[in-house]
Design a protein around this ligand. Structure first.
Ligand SMILES: C[S@@+](CC[C@H](N)C(=O)[O-])C[C@H]1O[C@@H](n2cnc3c(N)ncnc32)[C@H](O)[C@@H]1O
Length: 673
């Protein structure tokens, strides 16, 4: 291979209308009118872009030649082995063909042959540079058979255990043309549903590197404001992934960056006078530190996928999961254990007398950061004993105990084993008068009337003015920053013994699954109302059913047995419309939508065409044939659709769901029931 003949694909250079000055002199915006200032910035931006561009392409061709040169050398070194492997492979191929040919039961066997051309490379003898090649023509017999009838056209899909939120881009960009090899597919009509074709969007990784370096120089050397750089509209750095973090520095941390000599990211970043905005949290800010790690694992307790995009938006505010306390301060004092030291809370003799001397909130934790740390830890582990908390917070044990009492007064804690009717203690002898916390009551129809639950993250308590949940008439969720102390939070149920039944459980009545850490009484054992989050599935058999494939019961099931959750891509209305176009063409429609109770409400639409689980095979049955029903539930802040048996189902019976009239209205094929 001759390295001089490599072709370098180059992009159009950036305009540099005014200047050819290529030195990196810091930009000094002399105060003038905004438009002149803007155009000066724009010109400076172009100059720096050009400067970086030239530097990059001065370096890149030599670098590529060097890299490719090493590749060719290693090819030549191992050429003898490659030639040997190629020779044996060809020989085996010919042998296999010859051996297989007679064993196929042929209805009709032709005697045609095709010629396969094989190029044989010969290692250059020492002292010679040229590789000798020899072409050989090998005859291959053509075997024609009609013994095997083709399998009916069917599109399968990879299995998935949970739904995946589709990128908003899918609404506008056509990523590939499906059924491109089928003349009958109305490709143009499908394409017209999109604004752009993905393969027409220029994406050159070289240009990306040049733009990143230009932005860095404009920010660090020219002291441009990062918003001004964005306002120039010259740099279209694509977001790598949806998450709660944004910014150039973050994007860079999510990908490999080319290390080239002109790049300030290569070495000595720390030596620069001004660094790009950083996302490293303050060492003392525990909440920030935990939040910054959320990019590693999704904090949604029924997901936990790494770098989860589905919940990226839901947790945009940096959600740290919180739980309700279940142990009272008095209970802690009465519990067994040895004091951790002189200041241990266990030395408190009489709890009621101690309560009378309790200092007013916020107590001795003068430093706001210490209190934040304690609140964050108690949010996650509210029943951690003060002795351990004291070690973490570097505070005396008794002081920590006092702070816990301020945060979670005993009268607000629902004791673990008491009767639900007597569990709120009112009264007591403390001068900190226990108030009965007023929980806000309102009808929250989140399970059938909202798009995606918002997570609020405003300073101060939730009010009609600052809180999005308030505005949408919804309970605050675990994803909200207000935490379990907020009186708008869903309070969970108080059912005991895991008996969370549809008619009696407060969560089940509101079509919510019980939430670990919130429903403190039923949480002791997995209750009847957590089957969707625990994926307590029933096995089903997939085989030919009423229409195409169908799902069949493997064992006899009682009414209200949970079969599984409908898993697929979560789509917006616009994308669902595009998918419907494909469904009409294939005559298989896997879109599932729950009809909202109110108009103009858009609930998530699930599409199990491309990913899914066994529930995608449930065929439609009506007129009493349907033995399965779907329920839309809120599962720890997420809309999910669960399938439950409507009546007793015998082993071997096909499972049917009533798709509803709307499903069949626009279909160009007929329902077979
Ligand atoms: C969710 S899929 C059900 C699984 C499907 N049978 C398969 O083989 O993948 C829905 C599609 O199955 C077919 N289907 C299901 N029930 C049907 C019925 N009762 N009559 C006609 N077609 C049906 C239709 O093509 C429908 O769009």
């Amino acid at each position: 291979m001759d390295i001089d003949t490599f072709v370098y694909i180059d992009c159009t250079e950036p305009d540099s209308p005014t200047s050819t000055t290529l030195t990196a002199t810091p930009f000094s915006p002399v105060s003038d009118d905004p438009s002149t200032r803007f155009s000066k910035r724009q010109n400076r931006g172009r100059d720096v872009y050009k400067e970086v561009w030239d530097e990059f392409y001065d370096w890149e061709p030599g670098y590529c030649a060097e890299i490719l040169g090493t590749v060719t050398q290693s090819i030549l070194a191992s050429k003898r082995q490659v030639a040997r492997v190629a020779k044996t492979t060809v020989a085996r191929l010919l042998d296999d063909t010859a051996m297989q040919a007679p064993s196929v039961p042929l209805a009709q066997s032709g005697t045609d042959t095709v010629i396969m051309s094989v190029t044989h490379f010969q290692h250059p003898r020492s002292g010679h540079r040229h590789v000798h090649t020899k072409r050989m023509d090998v005859p291959i017999p053509v075997i024609t058979t009609d013994a095997l009838s083709p399998h009916p056209k069917y599109e399968s899909c990879p299995p998935a255990s949970r739904s995946v939120l589709m990128d908003d881009d899918r609404e506008h960009i056509l990523f590939f043309m499906p059924y491109a090899d089928d003349e009958r597919f109305p490709a143009q009509a499908y394409q017209d549903k999109f604004e752009t074709l993905d393969w027409e969007i220029p994406l050159d990784p070289d240009v990306e590197m040049i733009q990143i370096e230009t932005v860095r120089r404009l920010y660090t050397t020219d002291q441009f404001d990062i918003h001004d750089i964005d306002g120039m509209g010259m740099f279209n750095l694509k977001e790598i992934r949806v998450s709660h973090n944004t910014g150039l520095q973050w994007e860079l941390s999510q990908r490999d960056v080319l290390h080239w000599p002109g790049s300030g990211f290569q070495v000595g970043m720390e030596k620069q006078e001004k660094q790009l905005p950083n996302h490293t949290p303050d060492a003392y800010d525990l909440r920030q530190r935990l939040t910054s790690n959320l990019k590693v694992f999704c904090p949604s307790i029924n997901c936990l996928h790494s770098a989860c995009e589905t919940h990226g938006k839901m947790h945009a505010n940096g959600y740290v999961p919180s739980r309700k306390p279940r142990m009272t301060g008095k209970g802690m004092i009465l519990s067994e254990g040895d004091p951790c030291g002189r200041d241990c809370f266990r030395h408190i003799q009489d709890f009621d007398i101690f309560m009378e001397t309790l200092p007013p909130s916020p107590g001795k934790f003068h430093h706001r950061g210490s209190l934040d740390t304690l609140e964050t830890i108690l949010g996650i582990a509210p029943d951690m004993f003060p002795c351990k908390l004291a070690d973490i917070c570097l505070k005396p044990c008794k002081e920590v105990f006092v702070q816990r009492l301020q945060l979670f007064p005993d009268h607000t804690i629902l004791p673990i084993d008491d009767d639900p009717l007597t569990d709120i203690e009112v009264g007591g002898s403390s001068h900190v008068q226990p108030k009965k916390t007023k929980k806000q009551k309102f009808v929250d129809k989140s399970h059938t009337s909202c798009e995606l639950l918002p997570a609020c993250a405003h300073p101060g308590p939730c009010t009609s003015k600052n809180c999005e949940c308030y505005a949408k008439k919804q309970h605050c969720s675990l994803m909200c920053k207000c935490g379990v102390k907020c009186n708008r939070q869903w309070q969970g149920c108080r059912c005991t013994n895991g008996r969370c039944l549809p008619a009696t459980c407060e969560c089940a009545k509101q079509m919510r699954e019980c939430i670990p850490g919130i429903c403190v009484k039923c949480y002791a054992r997995p209750c009847d109302n957590t089957r969707m989050q625990h994926l307590a599935l029933q096995p089903v058999e997939i085989k030919c059913g009423l229409a195409g494939l169908g799902a069949f019961a493997c064992q006899t099931m009682n009414p209200n047995t949970f079969l599984g959750t409908y898993v697929g891509h979560i789509l917006s209305n616009a994308v669902a419309d595009q998918t419907m176009f494909l469904a009409k063409y294939t005559a298989y429609n896997y879109l599932f939508e729950v009809s909202p109770e109110e108009e103009n409400i858009h609930l998530p639409i699930f599409d199990a065409a491309y990913i899914g689980n066994a529930t995608r095979f449930l065929n439609h049955g009506n007129n009493g044939k349907n033995n399965v029903e779907a329920k839309s539930m809120l599962v720890i802040g997420e809309h999910q659709i669960g399938f439950f048996t409507k009546r007793k189902v015998k082993a071997g019976e096909e499972l049917f769901l009533d798709y509803g009239d709307i499903y069949w209205k626009d279909m160009e094929w007929q329902c077979q029931t």
